[in-house]
Design a binder for this molecule. Structure first.
Ligand code: SF4
Length: 399
């Protein structure tokens, strides 16, 4: 394990927290004193920077949660992730409000933002807007947001733009984020020495699939920093399998919540530099920080429970393999994105966010998506998702 040595052992941690081993780590959060310990860190690829294994996702009411930012930083969660489009710009403005109040803290944070534009002029416009909102003159890692094919960024113009921005000091590192066709989008980046970091959907369901394992290994070997996201592995269909109860109760007996177990599963791969997680209240922040500081690993039985749960609930999870279903639909419909919006609605209860993303889709696409034939897409879907039914549900719930 390449993690920086923890400053206290698990036994000391439990003593400091004042809890017994069988109590959920969440409970330990109450006893966490600011600056008491640090979160383990890992190298972020070849950048020379070390980042905490837990990072703060910025898709929440950041302006209204300034105290949470302060506590996150004190607890060692110093990698902060946002995007031009998050919360209609309020996410970036919220981080900017914090940096305006605490300018000395800017250099303590590894700050990430993203652009939905692809052409250099558009990226420049969005970068300038981000810098203004964030009240900073540089972004540590700037990502092309949500690509589904490496060709979206593997362009001479994109490379020249990234190199120019780095030379001017406006960004330090460049890369992309991806939820779609993840393994086949990530793998070729290993041949691009100007891609410094990748943020990818990665969780206990997908991390051991051969394609993704190979893609992560190759990019890690090439010195690309890897940020995981979507660790919970929720899908567009709600509901729990029989293993769900076992999952919760089994981990609780050992002192973990379900989320903490899922985080630990991802952290067991040292090639992943950090896991970006949404922590929009102090309870969640403390619970996830406690998990990051805890040294107990999942047992083979624990991993078996997660694997069994993944198998049983496979039919409710969208793996983002958009190239499979979207090629089988006679129309330009981002099926995989719509599944993700339903996942935000069902899995996270983030209906307004899901509606916002749905409405950002092309209007013509939204109009004609329920009139298309998804029969062949459903036959090809490796998870057997009822795509037609879900597309109708998306229009009913999110339009
Ligand atoms: S709907 Fe099925 S084929 Fe399409 S991205 Fe999801 S899992 Fe893959």
């Amino acid at each position: 394990m390449s993690d920086q040595e923890l400053r206290i052992s698990r036994r000391e941690f439990l003593r400091v927290a004042g809890v017994a081993g069988a109590v959920p780590l969440f409970a330990a959060g109450k006893a966490l004193a600011a600056d008491a310990v640090t979160i383990p860190t890992r190298p972020f690829g070849r950048s020379g920077v070390r980042v905490p294994i837990l990072s703060l996702g910025g898709m929440f009411d950041v302006p209204g949660n300034q105290l949470l930012l302060r506590q996150a930083l004190k607890m060692g969660v110093s990698y902060w992730d946002t995007a031009d489009c998050y919360e209609g710009g309020l996410s970036e403005s919220g981080f900017g409000r914090f940096f305006k109040k605490y300018p000395d803290d800017r250099k303590k944070v590894f700050l990430v933002s993203k652009a939905d534009e692809r052409d250099p002029a558009g990226m420049t416009r969005l970068l300038e807007r981000s810098l203004e909102r964030l009240k900073t003159d540089y972004i540590d890692l700037y990502l092309a947001h949500n690509i589904g094919d490496i060709d979206e960024v593997n362009l001479v113009a994109t490379r020249q733009w990234a190199e120019k921005m780095k030379a001017e000091g406006r960004i330090r590192l460049f890369g992309f984020s991806t939820h779609r066709n993840v393994a086949r989008t990530v793998r070729p980046a290993a041949d691009l020495d100007w891609i410094d970091g990748i943020m990818l959907a990665y969780n206990y369901r997908t991390m051991n699939t051969p394609d993704l394992k190979a893609a992560v290994g190759t990019c890690h070997g090439a010195g690309i920093g890897l940020t995981a996201m979507k660790f919970r592995g929720f899908g567009p269909i709600p509901g729990r399998a029989l293993t769900g109860k076992k999952l919760v109760e089994g981990f609780r007996k050992k002192g973990f919540t379900e989320d903490q177990a899922k985080l630990k599963a991802v952290w067991e791969n040292p090639k992943i530099s950090t896991m970006c997680a949404l922590m929009k209240n102090m309870s969640t922040l403390k619970s996830f920080v406690a998990a990051a500081r805890d040294r107990q690993k999942l047992s083979a039985d624990d991993r078996g429970v997660l694997d069994a749960h993944a198998r049983e609930t496979r039919g409710g999870y969208c793996a983002g393999c958009a190239n499979i279903c979207e090629a089988a639909v006679d129309g330009n419909v981002p099926v995989s994105d719509v599944m993700r919006y339903l996942m935000y609605h069902h899995g996270y209860g983030e209906t307004e966010k899901a509606r916002g993303l749905f409405h950002a889709m092309d209007a013509a696409t939204r109009r004609h998506m329920t009139g298309l034939d998804y029969g062949e897409a459903e036959r090809r879907c490796p998870h057997g998702l009822p795509i037609a039914r879900l597309m109708h549900e998306a229009v009913r719930v999110l339009a």
